[in-house]
Design a protein around this ligand. Structure first.
Ligand code: SAH
Length: 377
C-alpha cells in the first residue's frame, strides 16, 4: 500500500511585514528587494495570484505559487448603516468571526479593526467583553481587515469619499495584549509599498496595559489612545477591571513617558459617558487634576447601549457641561459622534462570533497572568 504524504502547508504571505518578507525571500535564495515588489502586489494592488505578479520571473512566480499563498478570511456579510458606516463580519479559518467597521466622514475615512477574537478584559460597559475571549488574531488576520475594506470600498459608490485614510485599533480585543502580532500589522499600515498611512492616522487604543505602553514607544510612533473612563481608582476598578493591576498613577506615569522628549506625540484619552456613573461635575474636577501635566486630548464617547446592560448614556446637556468644564481647564475636548449604531457597529457593540470561549479563556488567562497582567483582573 502506498501512503500519500500530506501537502506541506503553504506559507501565508499576507501577514509578512517588510522585514519578514525580506527574510522570506533571502531564505528561498532570492534578493531581498523582492520584498517591496511583492508587498506592493499584495497590499497596494490587491493581487492574490502570484502568476499575475508580472515583474517577477516566471520561475519565481511558479515557485511562490507552490510554496506560498495569500489567504484572506471569508466575508460573511457586509452591512451599510443609514449614515454610510459599513460593517463586515469576517470568518477566520477556524470558524471564529470578527467584525470590522468603516466610518466615512467629510475629510477622512476611518477603519476600526479588531485585534483579538473577543476580549479578556471584561470592561463592564463593553459588549465585546461580555462575549468572552477565544484567541489572538494573527498579523495576517489583522491586516486582512484593511486589505478587504480597501478593496470593497473602491467598488462602493455613495455620498462619501470611500478611502481609508485612518485606522484605529478600537474593534474587538485589546491590541496591547497581542503585541507581537499587532506590531508587524502597524508596520504594514505605514509601509509605502503597502498602505502608506501616516503615523498620526494610525491609532492603537488600550485599556491601559502599562508595560506594553512603554514597549510600544520603543518600536513605533503611531498615535496612542487610552481608554480612561474614570478619574479615580475606586470607580475605574469597577468599570475597567484591568485597573486593579495597573492603577491610575502607574498609567499616568506611562502616559507622561510616552511623549517625553518627543513633542509630536500626544495621547487621546477616551471617556465613555455613563449616566450617573462617571459624568458629574465632581468627576470632571477629578479628571482635570488627574490629567495635570499629561499632554492629552479628551474624547468623550456617549455610551452605546447593548442588550442586558444596566448602563445608560448620559444626556446631551450633561455631556456638554462636562466638556465645557474640561475645556475651561485647558483640556482640548471633543465629543464623539455616534455612528453606525443602527447596525450595531458603534464603539463597544462589536461582538463577532466567539467560539469555545470558556476553556480557552481559562488557558489564556493562565498564560497571560504570567506574562503581563499578574493577577486575574
Ligand atoms: N481594548 C481597547 C480597544 C477596544 S475598545 C481599549 O480598551 O481601548 C475601543 C473603545 O470603545 C474604548 O475606548 C472602549 O472603552 C470604547 N467602548 C467600549 N464599549 C463601549 C460602549 N458600549 N459605548 C461606547 N464606547 C465603548
Amino acid at each position: 500500500m502506498t501512503t500519500v504524504s500530506p501537502m506541506p502547508q503553504k506559507i501565508n504571505l499576507l501577514g509578512f511585514d517588510k522585514k519578514a518578507m525580506q527574510d522570506f525571500f533571502v531564505g528561498i535564495g532570492e534578493k531581498a528587494f523582492r520584498a517591496d515588489q511583492v508587498l506592493k502586489w499584495i497590499h497596494f494592488n490587491g493581487v492574490q495570484d502570484f502568476h499575475a505578479m508580472t515583474n517577477l520571473s516566471k520561475d519565481l512566480r511558479q515557485k511562490l505559487a507552490e510554496i506560498a499563498e495569500i489567504s484572506l478570511p471569508q466575508i460573511i456579510y457586509e452591512k451599510a448603516a443609514a449614515d454610510g458606516t459599513y460593517k463586515w463580519l469576517l470568518r477566520l479559518n477556524d470558524g471564529n468571526c470578527i467584525e470590522t467597521v468603516f466610518i466615512p466622514e467629510k475629510t477622512r475615512g476611518t477603519l476600526c479593526i479588531s485585534s483579538q477574537v473577543g476580549c479578556i478584559l471584561n470592561c463592564d460597559f463593553c459588549s465585546t467583553g461580555k462575549q468572552g475571549f477565544n484567541r489572538n488574531l494573527s498579523t495576517a488576520e489583522i491586516i486582512s481587515q484593511l486589505w478587504i475594506a480597501v478593496r470593497k470600498l473602491s467598488k462602493a459608490d455613495g455620498m462619501h469619499d470611500h478611502t481609508v485614510t485612518n485606522v484605529v485599533m478600537m474593534g474587538m480585543g485589546e491590541p496591547l495584549l497581542n503585541f507581537d502580532n499587532v506590531i508587524p500589522a502597524l508596520h504594514l499600515m505605514l509601509d509605502d509599498f503597502a498602505y502608506g498611512l501616516s503615523k498620526r492616522r494610525v491609532t492603537v487604543s488600550t485599556a491601559g496595559v502599562v508595560p506594553a505602553i512603554y514597549q510600544l514607544r520603543e518600536v513605533t510612533d503611531v498615535a496612542l489612545a487610552v481608554s480612561l473612563h474614570a478619574p479615580n481608582d475606586e470607580l475605574r476598578n469597577q468599570i475597567v477591571p484591568l485597573n486593579k493591576k495597573y492603577p491610575l498613577d502607574e498609567l499616568m506615569t506611562a502616559c507622561r513617558e510616552y511623549f517625553k522628549n518627543d513633542s509630536r506625540r500626544s495621547i487621546t484619552m477616551e471617556y465613555v459617558m455613563l449616566a450617573g456613573v462617571n459624568d458629574t461635575p465632581e468627576h470632571a474636577r477629578q479628571l482635570i487634576r488627574l490629567l495635570n501635566g499629561v499632554r492629552a486630548k479628551m474624547n468623550l464617547i456617549p455610551f452605546n447601549p447593548f442588550p442586558h446592560t444596566h448602563y445608560q448614556r448620559s444626556d446631551a446637556d450633561t455631556i456638554n457641561h462636562f466638556r465645557d468644564m474640561l475645556m475651561k481647564a485647558g483640556l482640548n475636548t471633543t465629543v464623539r459622534r455616534t455612528r453606525g449604531d443602527d447596525i450595531d457597529a458603534a464603539c463597544g457593540q462589536l461582538v463577532g462570533q466567539v467560539k469555545d470561549r470558556t476553556r480557552r479563556n481559562e488557558r489564556y488567562l493562565r498564560s497571560i497572568n504570567k506574562k503581563v497582567i499578574g493577577e486575574n483582573p
